[in-house]
Design a protein around this ligand. Structure first.
Ligand SMILES: N[C@@H](CCC(=O)N[C@@H](CS)C(=O)NCC(=O)O)C(=O)O
Length: 316
């Protein structure tokens, strides 16, 4: 049973994060990000890249078209998730790992994302809290009393979105049964998706998952009132940190899902914190700019479908 995302805790479910792992399938030169415009974790890493002022090349992986399972992508990131960072042919995976790798390698001094030694424990604690919220289940599952925006309404009834993925993965496992890299990648992925689907369609489990942000919000308010934010700093440090990247994106998503009225009051310190986070130029460039659904998702998916129909692009 899953009550937090498989990637947050259990290393038996998923492959361990990679850091600068050489990969012959990845582009050999430059900084590349494989991402999806609306994905929570992609939003976090894009903001990190913007915060550090790094130039990067965009490779959009269209999750609604299941491009995360395409063999050429699965060979770069066997978790079949976005985001993936590639620097000069070397692959780094796992959002928390990618962000700390970027901060270590490119942060520091005036470059941003630098914190004092004695703030590290608090920053890490708040990173963990954000990354263990089961936002995928909150996005696709039924949260009592909340009317979800399109296209997430009613999805939970059958867990259809996840069921379609399971079906596709079963086909891929059969098709690549002799491939020692792809077959285990697809098998692990199918197990994670089946467990996620089971959580989403089980009301008692959704109830438990829905409780976590509740508890999280209470702690967040306390931290904002007692921690550095109260005196002009940020969530867990004087300077803007990776914990703020995690929470900015989470708060933006919870608000978009229509959960704000049940989770925090508009006059709460969470609103003051959100306003400051959302106004940051790196947030505007890395998150808001990519959030136009028509232009960044609907059109590219239609274009891909058209190319496939014309036989110009192979399916997965
Ligand atoms: N935090 C993990 C998981 C990332 C994750 O779950 N990404 C989602 C988008 S936010 C994804 O790619 N979902 C597609 C799928 O699981 O099929 C990581 O960074 O590796």
């Amino acid at each position: 049973m899953l009550s937090v995302p498989a990637y947050a805790t259990d290393r038996d479910w998923v492959d361990a994060p990679l850091t600068e792992a050489p990969c012959k399938w990845a582009p050999a030169a430059g900084t590349h990000l494989y991402h999806f415009p609306l994905s929570l974790d992609s939003q976090k890493v894009r903001q990190g890249l913007e915060e550090l002022g790094l130039a990067w090349q965009s490779h959009v992986i269209l999750l609604p078209a299941q491009q995360q399972f395409e063999p050429r992508y699965a060979r770069i990131n066997s978790r079949c998730v976005v985001p993936t960072l590639v620097t000069d042919g070397r692959v780094t995976t796992d959002t928390v790992n990618i962000l700390s790798h970027l901060a270590n390698r490119f942060g520091g001094q005036n470059n941003g994302l630098t914190i004092a030694e004695n703030e590290t424990a608090a920053v890490n604690e708040w990173i963990d809290k954000a990354s263990s919220l089961f936002i995928e289940a909150l996005t696709y599952g039924d949260v009592p009393g909340v009317k979800k925006p399109f296209p997430f309404r009613n999805n939970h009834k059958s867990g259809q979105y996840h069921q379609d993925k399971v079906r596709l993965l079963s086909k891929l496992i059969e098709g690549y049964k002799d491939d020692d890299t792809l077959r285990p990648a697809y098998e692990k992925k199918r197990a994670v998706i089946e467990a996620t689907r089971a959580a989403i369609v089980t009301p008692s489990q959704m109830e438990a998952i829905g409780e976590t942000p509740w508890a999280g919000m209470g702690q967040l308010v306390a931290q904002l009132q007692q921690g550095p934010f109260g005196s002009g700093g940020w969530l867990a440090s004087e300077a803007f940190s990776l914990a703020d990247i995690q929470w900015g994106v989470v708060l933006y998503r919870l608000r978009w899902l229509g959960l704000q009225p049940v989770l925090w009051q508009s006059e709460s310190s969470i609103t003051a914190y959100s306003d400051r986070l959302f106004a940051r130029p790196s947030f505007q460039r890395g998150v808001v700019k990519w959030s136009r659904v028509g232009r960044n998702v609907v059109l590219p998916v239609l274009r891909l479908q058209l190319l496939k129909a014309m036989g110009l692009k192979p399916g997965v």
